[in-house]
Design a protein around this ligand. Structure first.
Ligand code: HEM
Length: 495
């Protein structure tokens, strides 16, 4: 009680709740310069990137750490700390885990995901439950498992075949149209092929492509949007849906999601796809939440990644040609072999830097915690603080990624910056873009995701030349970021 009073008093006085020599700067709730309020509301939640932007409106007047780490401290609520400082982002991720005193993943911004997929998944859970799920579910995706040469080659070939078949359909439609160029929104095509690789190639199901594209993809897209709305409306959405009759649509899509989860799990009994290597006594029920997360989350993240890469390339024909020269005779792709398809790898790296799929990583302080960066700056973070590791703005900040450091402006797409950084002695290990996270909660699907995205982008370039429909592509964001135009491009067949 006393601590509640002293906290509220401190909040009313406007004292900084953080301590140390790297103090964050205060953000006011009402400021005429804010693009939108710096908290999600039913009116601004569709513009999360602008909510983050609001944290930095007053930052121009601040100096040093107060410019890059910002906090909001409202009476009756725990402080919210947003940081775009890569050193703090790295330190906090390294200190996230199940050990006493470590940070949790903050479940507040993903409450809707938890309600839709189950709270015991690898993505949503914390502490002992997370450790259990990690030991259970991370193994089939791990690099050491997936990238055993023979196994990798097997998946690579089936994935490649799937991508080729789908792009062949696009090619045939283009050839039949008789037009030299066709305008097409690629996002739905990417979603379908990503889901097909996961469900049929990886989990060993055999769902017809038309059903995946026309039934399961729309169900997942609907539910992912529903999860975002459900989070912001703090559990009131089911009631609102009842009043409007929308609950029937939700129920229909949720049933499709369950069916797809069953189809993905069905291969387990016969050891199909990745299940052949899955050694565990865990029941199917214990795996369900994870399978749901893998289906919805992986489709979302890989679509975002591939969609952005294709979108960036549609503005950069020179990089399309460089990649074409590499992939035209390539019949085997290993995303971790940097000597192979170098331009493709640079483009993918730069895509994740400039337009990361997951634009922020949420954390929560489980106890009062000191955090120290590698360059010895320290910040004391009070228990309960909601941390938002703002990867989107960190990677676009001129101070950390700009011309002086990398040779190119931070907010432009320039794959050549990675070569320049190398020349300057800056390794990718030092310059982290956090596209797959960092530390104990690093993405277990990285190898699988990179393979899928590399194959899709490589195959697109091999068959087509494509240019963006409009000179600028704005970003939109929900669970992940996406090109705002749905990857609208003019396609032209090569050769
Ligand atoms: C290729 C595109 C992908 C991107 C850009 C991506 C990105 C990320 C990032 C940034 C995180 C860390 C989140 C955090 O620290 O809070 C993460 C975690 C996670 N990813 Fe991915 N991911 C991708 C693909 C996949 C795939 C294909 C799967 C599985 C099939 C997957 C499953 C997961 C899971 C379960 C977690 C949570 C891990 C944990 O908390 O221990 N991801 N992903």
């Amino acid at each position: 009680m006393l601590s509640w009073f002293s906290r509220t008093l401190r909040q009313l006085r406007g004292d900084n709740p953080f301590q140390g020599d790297a103090l964050p700067g205060r953000v006011s709730l009402f400021h005429p310069g804010h693009p939108v309020a710096p908290v999600p509301t039913p009116w601004n939640y569709r513009e999360p990137l602008r909510i983050f932007e609001a944290f930095y409106t007053e930052a121009a007047e601040a100096e040093g750490d107060a410019c890059h780490s910002r906090y909001l401290d409202l009476p009756g609520m725990k402080p919210v700390l947003v940081t775009r400082d890569p050193a703090f982002i790295k330190a906090i991720q390294a200190m996230t885990g199940d050990k006493p005193g470590q940070f949790d993943r903050d479940t507040a911004p993903t409450a809707g995901i938890g309600r839709a997929t189950g709270t015991d998944s690898l993505l949503y859970s914390n502490g002992a439950q997370w450790r259990y799920q990690k030991s259970l579910a991370a193994q089939p995706f791990s690099r050491s498992n997936l990238f055993q040469p023979q196994k990798f080659a097997g998946f690579e070939q089936t994935f490649r075949k799937t991508v080729a078949q789908r792009l062949e359909m696009l090619r045939a439609a283009q050839a039949q149209s008789g037009e030299k160029r066709t305008r097409i929104e690629l996002e739905p095509e990417i979603q379908a092929v990503m889901l097909e690789m996961l469900v049929n190639n990886f989990f060993g199901a055999s769902v017809p492509y038309a059903e995946l594209r026309d039934r399961f993809v729309p169900a997942l897209v609907y539910l992912i949007d529903h999860m975002v709305r459900d989070t912001v409306l703090l559990g009131l959405l089911p009631l609102m849906n009842r009043l409007t009759g929308e609950h029937r649509v939700v129920r229909q899509h949720a049933a499709a999601f369950e069916e797809l989860t069953d189809l993905a799990l069905a291969g387990r009994a016969e050891g199909r796809g990745c299940w052949g290597d899955f050694e565990s006594d865990a029941s199917n029920a214990a795996l369900r939440a994870n399978i749901r997360v893998f289906l919805a989350g992986a489709m979302e993240a890989t679509t975002s990644f591939a969609g952005w890469a294709i979108s960036h390339l549609s503005h950069h024909p020179d990089w399309q040609e460089k990649i074409f020269e590499e992939v035209r005779h390539l019949h085997h792709y290993d995303p971790d072999d940097f000597t192979q398809a170098r331009s493709l790898n640079l483009v993918l790296e730069e895509t994740l830097r400039l337009t990361p799929a997951l634009y922020f990583l949420p954390r929560r302080a489980t106890v009062d915690t000191w955090v120290e960066t590698a360059d010895h700056r320290r910040m004391w973070i009070p228990r309960g603080t909601h941390l938002r590791l703002d990867v989107w703005n960190a990677n676009r900040c001129e101070v950390f990624w700009g011309k002086d450091v990398t040779g190119y402006a931070a907010d432009v797409f320039a794959p050549e910056r990675w070569d320049e950084m190398k020349k300057r002695g800056l390794s990718a290990k030092e310059m982290l873009h956090f596209g797959f996270g960092y530390g104990p909660r690093f993405c277990p699907g990285r190898s699988l995701g990179l393979l899928e995205v590399g194959l899709v982008v490589g195959a697109m370039v091999k068959l087509f030349r494509f240019s963006a429909a409009y000179p600028d592509t704005p970003a939109r964001a929900g669970v992940s970021t996406k090109p705002g135009d749905g990857v609208l491009v003019d396609l032209e067949l090569r050769g």
